[in-house]
Design a protein around this ligand. Structure first.
Ligand code: FMN
Ligand code: FE2
Ligand code: FE2
Length: 397
């Protein structure tokens, strides 16, 4: 399949409707994904990125229907990660020696993965590649999200090829931001940001400011996953600036796991207390052991505070909570409050441990937490409700 975006610009990627896990098994992709690659035809013909390795043959067969492969003058490899570079080896067997434009770091990541000595042409920020009536302007974007990441701006058409930035894992036949289901698209864009780009918030903000300062006119943003931003493409840049600035919504999320429901009853009652104290706040509740961890990360990313509960199990917390907090540490979230709770039988270390673990990954712990021996009775549930009220009320003080 290929889709003409405008004269001389064709989408030649692959929509992966089946994908449910990305980065091995570590990132859920409930709505599939796409690997967007682009063919730019002027006096010279340029391929921007390729698709994931398992689809290499399909990609090349489709590409042949759009262009005689021998006509491809240059390849731009914006990122060495295999979802975009995975078809290069196969493609370059048909057109050996074709120059591959990429960053110095991409030479390392591509050689490190494919162990081939392609005709690398290293580009730096500000370098230009003339293709006839227009040119590519390159902007290095290290750590967005790999050291090798590159943005490529095409003059004339005024298109920013943004690689992973501004993308979503979202398979849609609609293809364009104005045609896609808006809530699905934005939810997937947020999940992508929270789980992949949030650790690099500071760099995202700096890079966006750097690009905005270039005052480049912008008609389209073509990311390597999900929709093409053609209607008001600035909207996703503005959204990224909000997300990059220690984002939060008026949301408190209660996260817990439980073996015999004591901690669950605490969680539900704490949530009631939160809602009582602040009817306007969005309260969400998740059993961490049952819920998709990447969806929880997205909810925490959207929250101003989290309340986290675990029973004590062999002097420790349940592994689902330990896993979640470890993952939250990887996301480097700032400006968020937390409190801990949990049921216990005899030694009851979980709450204190949760406090320590949450502090270590950057959450501001607002109190000592709440423990209940065995299953909570009415009086103890009242203290849970009060615990929730206090947590919510603290924000309005
Ligand atoms: C396998 C297992 C290990 C436990 N280890 C501890 C422990 O080390 N210290 C403690 O205080 N309670 C321990 N408990 C007791 C639980 O914390 C207690 O039953 C608590 O009420 C369970 O909360 P829940 O209903 O939310 O699962 C253990 C319970 C189980 C089933
Ligand atoms: Fe990537
Ligand atoms: Fe990617």
């Amino acid at each position: 399949m290929s889709i003409k975006l405008k004269d001389g610009i064709t989408w030649v990627g692959k929509i992966d409707w089946e994908l449910r896990k990305f980065h091995g098994e570590s990132l859920s992709t409930h709505r599939g994904s796409s690997y967007n690659a682009f063919l730019v035809e002027d006096e010279k013909t340029v391929l921007v990125d390729t698709v994931w390795g398992p689809y290499a043959k399909e990609f090349i067969e489709d590409l042949k229907k759009t262009v005689d492969l021998k006509k491809i003058d240059y390849i731009i490899a914006q990122h060495g990660e295999t979802d975009h570079s995975g078809s290069l080896s196969e493609l370059l067997r048909y057109i050996p020696g074709t120059p591959v434009y990429c960053t110095a770091n991409a030479v390392k990541s591509l050689k490190g993965q494919y162990h081939e000595d392609w005709n690398f042409q290293v580009v730096k920020t500000g370098d230009r590649l003339n293709i006839g009536s227009k040119e590519f302007v390159f902007i290095e974007a290290p750590m967005l999200h790999w050291p090798d990441s590159l943005l490529s701006y095409l003059t004339g058409d005024e298109i920013l090829f943004s690689n992973d930035a501004f993308g979503q894992h979202y398979a849609t036949a609609q293809m364009f931001n104005d045609l896609a289901d808006q809530s699905e698209m934005l939810a997937e864009a947020k999940k992508y940001y929270a789980n992949i780009l949030a650790p690099f918030n500071k760099l995202v903000e700096k890079k966006i400011q750097e690009v905005l300062a270039l005052n480049l006119p912008l008609k389209m943003i073509c990311p390597d996953h999900g929709v093409i931003w053609r209607q008001n493409p600035a909207q996703i840049i503005e959204q990224y600036l909000l997300w990059a600035r220690d984002y939060q919504e008026n949301q408190i999320t209660v996260l817990y796991d439980t073996m015999w429901n004591g901690t669950r009853r605490m969680a539900e009652t704490i949530a009631e207390g939160i809602k009582e104290a602040d009817p306007a706040v969005t309260v969400k509740l998740y059993h961490v052991g049952k819920e998709d961890i990447n969806d929880i990360v997205t909810e925490v990313f959207s929250s101003k505070g989290i309340v986290v509960g675990s029973p004590t199990v062999n002097n420790r917390v349940l592994f689902s909570l330990a896993g979640l907090i470890d993952e939250l540490g990887r996301m480097n979230l700032k400006n968020k409050r937390a409190a801990a709770f949990g049921a216990y039988g005899w030694s009851g270390e979980a709450v204190k441990l949760l406090n320590g673990m949450l502090t270590e990954v950057g959450f501001a712990i607002v109190n000592d937490g709440l423990r209940v021996a065995w299953n909570p009775d009415e009086e103890q549930l009242d203290s849970c409700r009060q615990f929730g009220r206090d947590f919510a009320a603290d924000f309005t003080k």
